[in-house]
Design a protein around this ligand. Sequence first.
Ligand code: FMN
Length: 163
Amino acid sequence: MDPNAYRLLMRQQAGAVTIIAVGNAGNRTGLTATAVCSLTDAPPTLLVCVNRTASAHSPIRETRTFSVNLLARDQMPLAMSFSGKVGLEGEARFLAEEWTTLTTGAPVLKNALASIDCELADEHGFDTHSIFIGRVRDGCTRDGADPLIYFRGTFCDLRAFDK
Ligand SMILES: Cc1cc2nc3c(=O)[nH]c(=O)nc-3n(C[C@H](O)[C@H](O)[C@H](O)COP(=O)(O)O)c2cc1C
């Protein structure tokens, strides 16, 4: 199938917007990602699909840790920043919000809907991307906030679907 036709199909999939973050303070990077999925809860494991060209790709392999941060609807500027759309790179993307660490030492976003702290358990390469499988070591949540969603090429929140 033609890739443009495929993209038109996938635009119809509403996705939770996340930031995958990696590195140590002073040397952090990360990317906005929707290709994130739970794999199993026994043991707690998820997978993320990361383009080989992303600045986070090598650090995930090197540190063997990463976090997945589910964004709330008020965190769209962060999604823009970590998708490279506002010209910030690496550590500069982390300055706008508060970050901390949990068990693995990967950076986790303090005010995310949920922050999931992972150790790299396995990886599979496929053409342009790597599928990184993360064993979940820790996590925290923020109650009462709505998710940020990516749908038909734009960021939106659940209010967009109210009739
Ligand atoms: C809504 C949205 C979802 C994205 N999902 C992914 C994804 O799942 N995996 C990926 O590798 N890149 C994804 N990207 C692209 C990366 O965020 C972007 O290429 C990022 O700038 C790469 O990081 P770098 O600039 O540090 O290399 C997505 C971008 C947007 C706007």
